[in-house]
Design a protein around this ligand. Structure first.
Ligand code: UDX
Length: 442
């Protein structure tokens, strides 16, 4: 099939590459000329395992191309997929202006009797119908538009894997022919398909992300209580996760969820519920717990140093999770904001997110490419992202390299027992804290 994909961000690019790989002819469109030129040269704008290889391979076999000319890309495809960004507006709702622009461009340049327009971007319930209306109100000649809601569930860092091995594909459509065509499109992937109406498909995406965010805030709250009652969150997570009705995934307590999806989508769903006069109390609480979680880490550190003024601090990890260079809504940014406001001198380490961090943090912090260099002579270390490099970094080295080894671990990367044996100060999430004999508590 001939597919046009609007938007070469995470969703658009990964989908484009994957559909080309399974045999379709794909054109990816983006308004950003520079990005398109780099993609033509095989350079991916995102860090994603496996993408570079497939990008080059499928361009060479002519199944994948890139363009910034909307008159060309929208004229005669079998399917148009909308995968542009839906950033958060100030009130928490989704900004649909990029989606609107694509709809308007389609209406201007579409030159076929009928077309299937698929929304992959996460959009509020009701948006797909608006897209149809936006296209139809300006279309030049009588052309039939079939709208399909086909949300994606890919995770950054394993986006290609998720596209090829997803748990399900959701197809929300009211036209049987369009739904069948979508099934054909994805058939080489052999992933279970669920057919729904358009609104349910739109809701599945928000409800999935909200549910996963709820699991994280729930386990973080349990962890916060565990600390106070002397229980261990690792054992508690394991114990509840073995109940198959609950499941063991997304029960890793930590500094809270970040990234481009959960924070934005949870707020958008609260907003969406509010629009229909339903107050989503549960999700509001999930968001509050998440906002508070990084602050608890700072509070733990204050127990040892009182104030951060002129304290030498290292923050390990800037990305919102391992295996990505994405720092959007990363808990690291919250921790850093507070540390800097309170006058700390901050070193940061991240294996791949430093370039992105520099754009946001400028020279307010000192950047290091090794953990050793970042923690040398510091008084406190905050572990924010559970990078493999951090998990494999010997705990003993903190003792050797830091001025006063106080480690505040927001991702439970180490065993409490080991810290206790080393007589260092170590505080993590939902587990007992240990204090070195020589550290004075203010
Ligand atoms: C998420 C969804 O998983 C994906 O289906 C959706 O399409 C987009 O949003 P992503 O943002 O890439 O994907 O990251 P994910 O791996 O889900 O992690 C999100 C955040 O939750 C990270 O900050 C992570 O550290 C945190 N998390 C995840 C936890 O704190 N504990 C967990 O147990 C799991």
């Amino acid at each position: 099939m001939r597919i046009t994909i609007a938007g070469t961000g995470y969703v658009g690019l990964v989908t484009g590459v994957a559909l080309a790989e399974i045999g379709h002819e794909v054109i990816c469109y983006d308004i950003d000329d520079e990005k398109v030129n780099r993609l033509k040269e095989g350079i991916s704008p995102i860090y994603e395992p496996g993408i570079d290889q497939l990008l080059v391979k499928n361009q060479l076999n002519n199944r994948l191309s890139f363009s910034s000319d909307c008159s060309e890309v929208y004229s005669t495809p079998d399917i148009i997929m909308i995968a542009v960004g839906t950033p958060e507006k100030e009130d928490g709702s989704a900004n649909l202006s990029y989606v609107y622009q694509v709809a308007k461009d389609i209406s201007k340049y579409l030159n076929t009797q009928q077309a299937i327009v698929v929304t992959k971007s996460t959009v509020p319930v009701g948006t797909n119908r608006k897209v149809k209306q936006w296209i139809e109100e300006e279309i030049d000649f009588h052309s039939k538009i079939h709208i399909v809601s086909n949300p994606e569930f890919l995770r950054e860092g394993s986006a290609l894997y998720d596209t090829f091995h997803g748990d399900r594909i959701v197809i929300g459509s009211e036209d049987e022919e369009a739904a069948t065509k979508m099934e054909e499109l994805y058939s080489p992937l052999n992933i279970p398909i669920i057919h729904t109406d358009i609104e349910s498909a739109e809701m599945i995406k928000y409800a999935s992300n909200a549910f996963l965010a709820t699991k994280i805030s729930f386990i973080n709250e349990i962890a916060n209580i565990c600390e106070k009652v002397g229980a261990n969150i690792e054992d508690v997570s394991k114990g509840i996760g073995m109940d198959q009705r609950i499941g063991s995934k997304f029960l890793q307590a930590g500094i809270g969820y970040g990234g481009s999806c959960f924070p934005k989508d949870t707020k958008a769903l609260v907003q969406l519920a509010g629009d229909v006069k339903h107050r989503f109390h549960l999700l509001e609480a999930v968001i509050n717990v998440n906002n508070n979680q990084p602050l608890l880490l700072l509070k733990k550190a204050r127990n040892y140093v009182g104030s951060f003024k002129d304290v030498k601090v290292a923050v390990l990890g800037l990305a919102f999770k391992p295996n990505t260079d994405d720092i959007r809504e990363s808990a690291a940014l919250v921790v850093l904001k507070h540390l800097l406001n309170e006058g700390a001198q901050v070193n940061v380490y991240d294996p791949i997110a430093i370039a992105n961090a520099r754009k946001v943090l400028g020279n307010t912090v000192t950047y290091y490419e090794t953990i050793e260099a970042a923690i040398k002579d510091t008084e406190i270390v905050f572990i924010v992202t559970e990078w493999k490099q951090v998990k494999e970094f010997p705990l003993r080295n903190y003792l050797d390299l830091m001025k006063t080894p106080i480690v505040i671990d927001g991702r439970n990367c180490y065993e409490v027992k080991e810290a206790a044996a080393l007589n260092m100060t170590y505080s993590s999430i939902g587990r007992e804290s240990v204090t070195a004999a020589k550290i004075e508590i203010k």
